[in-house]
Design a protein around this ligand. Structure first.
Ligand code: BGC
Length: 427
């Protein structure tokens, strides 16, 4: 056996998001979306895994496994159930979650917005509402004020690139379900502005806290024909948000797979021409061209490639490629892997995914990139948005009839790595 060691103080954690685990998040846009006829949602989130009430035992379980950090989100729809009305009992709830993390020696990493919006805001246009930036800033202030000195790590927005593409560009099943270049562009601009306003508010209230956003990033590949579209898609979905992070304290990187875009040379010429036309039209044209070949440019792979339950290529080391890319765009900026994981019913595959992912990240650290931690998605099997409960991303299984938690071998495996701050490799 040989082993690889990680830097002192490395953060080792797991992640969840409120809507995916808490249950009964009835006041949010996702709740309404899940129940709306005609959306591709497989099933409603319902009571989820009742983390809202079961968090004390869940946190004890995670701490007992050996982790030293826990990333979770606070739910805007609970905290501000009506515009301008803040519910102190909900703020107190999240303060208790934070305090329990600290007592359990888990560094809380708090995400202010993980996809869901209060329904009242959805009624006003969601991320296209003219007042959304100010509303997000006001909400940020209330949360940060309530959580006080106990939180040192904040993620403002989770994967804004996915929110903009999925909900406003027509990329996939996200509320509000809009399609089009204009709405995609407008949502992107609002999300960037909201991140900056939120960051400024946090820094004003808690100058010591580290603030960033989390970016959905893929290891992108293409042949020469696909290169113009690949670069263009990457710019819209990732680079604009990395650029928005230039003054952040860290970059959150979240990676699940590799995306390949192979197109014939003629398509390359066509797409170069398309990209030369004005920005608004570019978006639509880029999507159309990419879709013709791949049925969407988010994820594609060769037929026959090993895939996960989600249909993505099984590619654990993609995370090293994305961390390297983030480091190239923003040199010297601390990076935190805020999500990395795999949907599989075979837990041995998760152990393999973690091992190969960590091996690749260790090389990144050896090359001098300031990687500060690894947060695995997810602590528990949970509500995988439109795909429902069938996808198993968890280190811990949950029987939703009884709400019983069962620790999988992968949880013990990663927990031991966390405890030792090193990974034993088979020779
Ligand atoms: C999201 C999570 C999601 C995970 C797995 C990320 O895009 O932040 O909410 O469950 O990927 O698909």
């Amino acid at each position: 056996m040989s082993e690889i060691a990680f830097p002192d103080g490395f953060l080792w954690g797991t992640a969840t998001a409120a809507h995916q685990v808490e249950g009964d998040n009835t006041n949010s846009d996702w709740w309404a979306f899940e129940l709306k006829p005609g959306t591709p949602c497989k099933e409603p989130s319902g009571t989820a895994i009742e983390h809202y009430t079961r968090y004390p035992r869940d946190i004890a379980l995670l701490a007992g496994l050996g982790f030293n950090a826990y990333r979770f989100s606070v739910e805007w729809a609970r905290i501000e159930p009506h515009e301008g009305t803040f519910d102190q009992t909900q703020l107190d709830h999240y303060s208790k979650v934070v305090e329990l993390c600290r007592k359990s020696k888990l560094t809380p990493i708090v995400t202010l917005n993980h996809f869901t919006l209060p329904q009242w805001l959805a009624d006003r246009g969601s991320w296209l509402s003219p007042s959304v930036v100010g509303l997000f800033e006001r909400y940020t202030r209330r949360v940060v004020g309530a959580l006080g000195d106990s939180v040192n790590w904040y993620c403002t927005l989770n994967e804004p690139g996915m929110v903009a593409f999925g909900g406003y560009g027509g990329g996939f099943a996200f509320p509000p379900g809009l399609k089009g270049a204009e709405s995609w562009k407008a949502a992107t601009a609002a999300l960037v502005a909201a991140h900056k306003a939120s960051r400024a508010a946090i820094k004003e209230l808690r100058p010591e806290a580290k603030v960033g956003l989390t970016n959905a990033m893929q290891e992108w590949e293409s042949n020469a024909g696909g290169a113009p579209i690949m670069k263009y898609a990457r710019r819209l979905m990732e680079d604009v948000f990395l650029e928005a992070a230039v003054d952040d304290d860290f970059i959150g990187v979240q990676t699940y797979t590799r995306a390949r875009l192979e197109m014939p040379a003629a398509a390359g010429i066509l797409s170069k021409l398309a990209l030369a036309i004005p920005p608004v039209e570019k978006l639509a044209v880029a999507r159309v061209i990419a879709r013709q070949r791949d049925g969407g440019f988010a994820v594609s792979h060769d037929p026959g490639v090993r895939t996960t339950q989600m249909g993505y290529e099984f590619r654990p080391q993609a995370v090293a490629a994305t961390v390297r890319r983030a480091a190239k765009l923003l040199p010297g900026k601390p990076i935190l892997v805020t999500e990395h994981g795999v949907a599989t019913t075979n837990d041995a595959e998760r152990v393999e995914f973690i091992t190969d992912g960590l091996r690749s990240l260790h090389e990144v650290i050896a090359d001098g990139i300031p990687l500060k931690g690894y947060i695995h998605w997810s602590a528990f099997d949970n509500f995988e948005w439109a795909s429902g409960y069938a996808m198993q991303f968890g280190l811990v299984a949950v029987d939703r009839e009884t709400q019983e938690r069962t620790i999988k071998p992968s949880a013990r495996f990663l927990g031991e790595i966390a405890r030792a701050n090193r990974l034993q490799l088979p020779k």
